[in-house]
Structures are given as structure tokens and as C-alpha cells.
Design a binder for this molecule. Sequence first.
Ligand code: LHQ
Length: 260
Amino acid sequence: MSDPLLFDVSGGIATVTLNRPDKLNALTTSITGAFLDILKTCARDDSIRCVVLTGSGRGFCAGQDLEEFMSVQGEWSVSDHLRRGYNRIISGLWNLEKPVIGKINGVAAGAGLGLALATDLRIASDQAAFTAAFIGIGLVPDSGVSWFLPRLVGQATAFELLVSGEKVNADRALQLGLVNRVVPHDALDAAVAELAQHLAAGPTRGIGLTKRVLHKTASLSLAEALEYEALVQDIAVNTNDHREGVAAFLQKRQPQFQGR
Ligand code: LHQ
């Protein structure tokens, strides 16, 4: 049996591939465990400067594997399952101080939508689709979907998507602000590789700190945000990449960032 979660690191780019194509990469407990280990590696390994999350086959991720879920009915507490698995994965992606690209190759549903929305940038194939899906099985949103969705599309549209379970195609996802870009399916690999290489060659610490600032200031007043920016700028100004960026500008050459 092939590995249900693939992990490859090359040229500073870590690629995490959900690999149960026959089941549209539905999530099992063994996948979530392995995913958490991979996230730890991505955080600790300084040679990793960009992460790409994708799915194999025609799906991105169909959320919780419902066959597994039915087979353990009564044995699991759903809330503990979420706390141990999906909640930690979503927080891990969101808090990772490195850029995470969602390479959305196909349908993202339920917790799979949560995974997609927890990435920093989403590049979608024109064959991708997005559905909250939870309501189809009588559930409320989890895996961060209730938090990400209204922030991206507004409260009313989020409510509509959540209670209808509507499957949104890639073009509508772009209009709604769910994805950054849509490309023809055959161009997805190249588009994501180019973006990932660009980000992996960037000032990784500065990118990670930018992520930290954006997340923090979202819940602050302007006065508090200004102060927080100032505090984090004290960290950024002490990086080698800041010094390299300024030197390169003054010497009229391209910067060679080291990621620290
Ligand atoms: C699947 C799945 C799937 C198993 C497709 N499981 N096999 C957290 C904690 C605890 C409890 C519950 O939930 C959660 C969080 C969640 O994620 S809840 C939401 C769970 N996900 C769903 O409800 C989505 C279910 N899937 C679908 O609605 C459709 O498959 C979508 C819209 C994703 C795609 O539709 P199609 O393109 O028409 O594909 P398909 O339905 O024919 O699926 C292809 C195969 O994948 C099929 O298997 P088969 O052996 O018949 O070919 C499906 O059974 C299987 N599959 N999703 N979640």
C-alpha cells in the first residue's frame, strides 16, 4: 500500500501531498498523526523555506474519512479527535513562520476546506472546487472553517456557503476571495513551482515575521497594531537578510537572502 501522506524536501521547498487519490484524499487518524510530525519538521528545519500542501489525483482533500468515522462511532469523542488532530494541524500551518502555499488541485471539502484555508496563499487549478460539506452530514463547521470563511468572504456569504453546502467552482472561488489565483490545470505544477522557488529564495525570517504581525494585528486597535509592528520590526532589523537587502539595494544588485 502506498504512503497516504508524502513528504519531499528539495531546493528549500517542502511538499506535503495527501495521497489517497481513490478517496479524494479523505483524512484518517494515521494521516493526521503523520501530518503533525511533518509540521514539526517544517518548523525545526531551517533549510525548509517554503511549504506546499497539495493532494494527489483529482481531489485536494475530501475532509474526514467518513468510513473511518462510522467504524469508530461511540469509541471517539469527536471533540477530542478534533483537538488531537485537525485543530493542531490547522494551528500548525497557521503559526508556521514560513510561507505555506495551498496547491489546490481538486475538490476541498469539510476539514479539507479547513486545510486549504489555513494556507497563506492558494493557487487553484481551474478544476478545483470548494465545499464546506459539514451541513450535508448535519455537522457544524470545524477545522477553522467558521473562522477563516467569514474573514475571507464576509459574514453573509460565509453563512450562505455553510448552510447550503454549495460546491463553489474555481472561478467563483476567485471572485469570492477564497483563492489568490486560478490557473489552467496543466499549468498548476509550473505556477506553484515558480511561486515556491521565489518564496524559498526570500528573506524567510522576514516573511515569517510578516505572518506573525498580520495574524496578531487582525485583533488589535490601530494604536496597538502600530506598537506591535514596532516591536517586531526590532526583530526583523536584526536579521542578516535585512542587512543583505539594504546592501544589495545600495550596490544595485540582486539580494542573496539566506533566510535568517
Ligand atoms: C470519501 C470521502 C470522505 C470517505 C469522498 N470519506 N470517502 C471532523 C471530525 C469528526 C467527524 C466528522 O467530520 C469532521 C470534519 C469533516 O471533514 S466533515 C466533512 C466530511 N466530508 C464530507 O462530508 C465530504 C464527502 N464527500 C463528498 O461530498 C464528495 O465526495 C465530494 C463533493 C468531495 C466530491 O464529489 P465527487 O467528485 O462526485 O466524488 P465522489 O463522491 O464520487 O467520491 C469519489 C470517491 O471518494 C468515492 O469512493 P468510491 O469508492 O465510491 O469511488 C467516495 O466515497 C470517496 N470519498 N469523500 N469524506
